[in-house]
Design a protein around this ligand. Structure first.
Ligand SMILES: C[C@H](O)[C@@H](O)[C@@H](O)C(=O)CO
Ligand SMILES: [Mn+2]
Length: 596
């Protein structure tokens, strides 16, 4: 039994499509079938592109007939509620009485595609409907194709398809959060404010719950063997085979014995299994008589405090964080978990949002330093050139940097981080081979443990993001699209040795934007970063994060995304069309958190 397999026993939210038509008999007769066809086209596009976290196609439910008035609208809402629909798409090709056919649930992300064919006033309905939604405080996403289509042309134009996918991808991310938990194991680490759990944020913006377990629970389960001992043996064998131990960075005098190191591996592997079981439960524990422990906390993200009450005398959580955040372990290839070191839950949630729109594993990193070309030349003699010519940012943190972050997976010969369902076994091996498991620095982690030492391959398009909580304002999202870069080996060594070289490094260059107050210079991107941590996702997902943030009513305070890629509810334009950032703030403040 794969202990990851029951992770989504409750299934996944679905996307509901609401075909809408004018109820006048002759008009309905003329349009109902073609409107249903538009709904089917949209459904086919969504299921072809979007995936659930386990890699299965997102399920789309089309209401069985066209909605032409309040009765059908109510019947559809009730049917969709029973089906677990979490995202709505309405489709129309003619005029359809907005106030009588609209959906009123303020918590369901909703887009409307008004077919742009002049034979019938689909676009007029779309405009009137969005006016109704805006008057009633129910923002929707408007999908209006640029080019006129012929009435019975069933195909989705590319621009309609792009907006439909961008909306439903973000809508699914919002729906996947709803009702799930964030599990804190421990509390605030070393005075890091990002570790403070703000239940108001989780409940009102994300629709999530907060669970708390003291770190002593991990110790209890270790000491009482409340874990699957067969799996433990399998995991230890896997680690012995695949987790190559690298040089111990500590002075001889404090290096621990091989026997103690083996014990540290055993403890680290037990911690890994126990934290996973705490998050999602494990039916095997019930078989051992631990029915309560078998439940888990229905957690889609968690954080392990670690420092210092655990790490001062027990192995650090680097192994559990690195293994669980990766797309594979001794049980094979699987969806990565979202785990924050130090219980920096704001970073864990950022990892989760990234993951739900990108489908890939995430790199949790300290935003360690900006290296100017001048400083690099002074220290190494090398003048940074190419993409590094304006300097670069050192992203590095022990623990939850997924081993996928090595960049050893490939697509078309390029380094990538893939959704787990695309990863090949040989790529898993390549990721593992690129990692050196280094004994941790005893001066900081007196309890020992192992960190993952790797360097991300350059040439990957990535997005660095972070949610920050600002007093008097609430949550804000910042993001920077850019690329990982390679440094000459000797330069990397010199710069890395100045830091904590036993940790995973990603050299990052944000995509610069001329004359932008923040993205005009790599230095200001670092200087404007709102926290010590960031979550790095594969891919340029800034547009998806911006759409998702608007659904949750989280303003975006910093991004380098072109205006043409920004897709937010149509009501946002009522808050200003010249300054989209200001409009975003005003709209989020006006509507407040998605769940009230
Ligand atoms: C080892 C140090 O205590 C690190 O944990 C510290 O530099 C951090 O990563 C803080 O986020
Ligand atoms: Mn850190």
């Amino acid at each position: 039994m794969n202990p990851n397999s029951h992770r989504y026993e409750g299934g996944f939210p679905k996307i509901g499509i609401r075909p809408i038509v004018d109820r006048r008999k002759l008009v309905k007769a003329a349009l109902a079938e073609s409107t249903m066809n538009l709904a089917r086209e949209a459904a086919a596009e969504i299921t072809a592109v979007l995936r659930n976290p386990d890699g299965s196609p997102v399920e789309v439910v089309i209401f069985e007939s066209c909605i032409s008035g309040m009765t059908e609208a109510a019947t559809c809402a009730e049917q969709f509620r029973k089906e677990g629909v979490g995202v709505l798409v309405s489709v129309s090709s003619g005029w359809c009485y907005p106030l009588e056919t609209m959906e009123m649930d303020p918590t369901l992300p909703h887009a409307v595609w008004g077919f742009n064919g002049t034979e019938r006033p689909g676009a007029v309905y779309l405009a009137a409907l969005h006016a109704a939604h805006n008057q009633k405080g129910l923002p929707i996403f408007k999908i209006y194709g640029r080019h006129i289509q012929d009435q019975h042309e069933g195909k989705l134009p590319q621009d309609v398809r792009d907006q439909l996918i961008r909306f439903t991808r973000a809508g699914m991310a919002a729906a996947l959060l709803r009702g799930k938990s964030y599990l804190s194991i421990g509390s605030v680490s070393m005075g890091i404010a990002g570790c403070i759990v703000d239940e108001n944020f989780y409940q009102r913006y994300l629709g999530m719950r907060n669970a708390y377990v003291d770190m002593t629970e991990v110790r209890r389960r270790m000491e009482k063997h409340i874990y699957d001992e067969q799996e433990f043996q399998k995991a230890m064998a896997w680690a012995a085979l695949h987790c190559k131990e690298g040089p111990d960075p500590n002075p001889e005098s404090v290096q621990i014995s091989p026997e103690s190191k083996l014990k540290n591996w055993e403890t680290s592997i037990r911690m890994t299994m126990i934290v996973r079981d705490l998050m999602i439960g494990n039916p095997r524990l019930a078989e051992k008589g631990y029915e309560e422990e078998a439940y888990g906390y229905n957690a889609i993200a968690s954080g392990f405090q670690g420092q210092r009450e655990w790490t001062d005398h027990l192995p650090s959580a680097d192994v559990l964080e690195a293994v669980l955040c990766s797309s594979f372990d001794w049980n094979g290839i699987r969806e990565p978990y979202m785990i924050a070191t130090e219980n920096d839950n704001l970073n864990a949630i950022t990892m989760l949002l990234n993951h739900y729109v990108s489908y890939t594993a995430q790199i949790f990193a300290d935003v360690r330093a900006y290296w100017s070309p001048e400083a690099v030349e002074r220290v190494t003699g090398w003048r940074a050139d190419g993409m590094a010519a304006s300097g670069f940012i050192h992203l590095i943190n022990s623990g939850p940097a997924a081993l996928d972050g090595t960049g050893e997976q490939q697509r078309d010969g390029q380094p990538v981080m893939k959704p787990h369902w695309e990863i090949k076994e040989h790529e898993v091996q390549a990721c593992l081979d690129a990692v050196s498991w280094r004994p941790t620095y005893m001066d900081q982690f007196a309890g020992g443990g192992y960190s993952t030492d790797y360097t991300s391959r350059g040439g990957m398009p990535v997005t660095m993001a972070r949610i920050n909580l600002i007093s008097g304002l609430g949550p804000v999202l910042q993001l920077a699209e850019g690329y990982t870069i390679d440094l000459p080996e000797a330069v990397h060594e010199q710069l890395d040795l100045r830091t904590t070289p036993t940790w995973p490094t990603t050299w990052f260059v944000p995509r610069l934007v001329a004359d932008d107050p923040v993205f005009g210079d790599v230095y200001t991107v670092m200087e404007a970063w709102g926290s010590n941590h960031c979550a790095v996702s594969y891919g340029h997902i800034g547009e998806d994060l911006i759409t998702l943030a608007s659904m949750l009513r989280i303003p975006v305070n910093m991004h380098n995304i072109e205006t043409s890629r920004i897709f937010r509810p149509s009501a946002w334009s009522a808050f200003g069309t010249k300054d989209l950032e200001a409009a975003d703030y005003r709209a989020c403040a006006a509507y407040g958190p998605l769940y009230g």
